[in-house]
Design a protein around this ligand. Structure first.
Ligand SMILES: [Zn+2]
Length: 361
């Protein structure tokens, strides 16, 4: 079944005109054109009303699409960022959405959005509601990091259906891989439906050694797929589904955020070999929910994050995040923000550094 759907979906871009571009040029051009018009037309959606509670370190972000207000709070008074530095229209926003034991991040710059994973089956309504509350009307890019249900379940059963989607980037999944989630087949079906209905581009993740696409134009946030590397893919990919996770670094001016899905030690080693100290990222979304099978000291020594966010469920049966990872962060004075303790999180970059916020409703 998996192969049938995979082939069916993949056929769309195999048939499409090709350039080694990471995305399909013809479809993408049309899509961008549509996207531009759409954004012009609904610019008003992004008229966020920012009400700052002066001096309290607390402010409210109101918005038209809402249905309730979200409250953004500094998690620590030790941060030097002031509330006035936050401007959602100009900064790079990285939302780490609380989906319990699973993974889901939304990155937004200048109104363009990238959703990286969609949480477990059953989380689709929570994620949809959260996205609507922060004013998301369209997902320009959706990346499924790998074929496990705590990453694609929500995408399969509602999120894709609930938003217009520009492009869906699929992970590499080895044909004979064991442990491909049933929900991954449902996800591929949902992607196929989006393609048929709205012309959503379906592409396969490619590390090009350069920027794959931008959010908010060429002066915006540069999204570079790092892994699995082309070398790894040319050799059939990794055996493990986790290690084939789509790894992406997003850079805005002097800051960057790194997302590696559930990539584990082997994949981290391959990233080290390929990219060395360019892995340096101000914000790191901990690999594999903070497991010690990922986040190896050698890898973290190169990423050298200013802060780490962990997406995991409260009292999860895996014990994520693992003590070794937390100990590393403590030793290196890296603040750790966790969805199990703090709920959904927001990190905003002004181009110089990220400011963390805890989100409450
Ligand atoms: Zn996972």
């Amino acid at each position: 079944m998996a192969c049938f759907f995979a082939q069916n979906v993949l056929q769309y871009f195999l048939d499409a005109p090709h350039e080694d571009h990471g995305n399909e040029v013809i479809y993408m051009a049309k899509d961008k054109e549509k996207s531009k018009k759409r954004w012009k037309g609904i610019g008003a959606v992004f008229l966020f009303l920012l009400v700052i509670a002066a001096g309290a370190g607390i402010f409210y972000l109101g918005h038209k699409a809402g249905g309730g207000e979200l409250q953004f709070t500094f998690p620590s008074k030790s941060t030097t960022t002031t509330t006035t530095a936050f401007d959602p229209a100009n900064g790079l926003e990285v939302y780490v959405i609380d989906v319990g034991q699973g993974n889901c991040q939304l990155i937004r710059f200048a109104g363009q959005t990238l959703l990286y994973d969609g949480g477990e089956i059953g989380r689709e309504d929570d994620v949809t509601s959260f996205l609507r509350k922060i004013g998301v009307k369209r997902l320009d890019y959706v990346i499924a990091s790998h074929a496990h249900s705590d990453h694609v379940g929500g995408l399969a059963y509602g999120i894709l259906e609930n938003f217009p989607v520009g492009e869906i980037i699929l992970p590499f999944v080895p044909k004979d891989a064991v442990g491909i989630a049933q929900s991954y087949n449902a996800f591929l079906k949902a992607a196929e439906k989006k393609h048929n209905k709205e012309g959503t581009v379906i592409s396969e993740s490619k590390a090009l050694g350069r920027v794959n696409f931008y959010l908010g134009g060429e002066n915006g946030a540069a999204c570079k797929i790092l892994g699995p590397t082309q070398f790894v893919l040319n050799n059939g990919g990794f055996e493990s589904i986790n290690n084939n996770s789509v790894c992406i670094q997003i850079r805005y001016k002097d800051t960057s955020v790194l997302l590696t899905g559930d990539a584990e030690e082997k994949a981290e080693m391959s990233l080290i070999e390929s990219y060395n100290d360019t892995l340096k990222s101000n914000l790191f979304i901990a690999g594999h929910h903070g497991s010690a099978t990922s986040n190896t000291p050698d890898f973290l020594n190169l990423v050298r994050p200013d802060m780490i966010a962990v997406s995991c469920g409260l009292n999860n049966s895996y014990g994520h995040p693992h003590a070794e990872v937390l100990a590393y962060c403590k030793t290196h004075s890296i603040p750790v923000y966790r969805t199990d303790y703090q709920g959904s999180l927001l990190f905003v970059s002004d181009g110089n550094h990220f400011s963390p916020y805890v989100i409450t409703e």
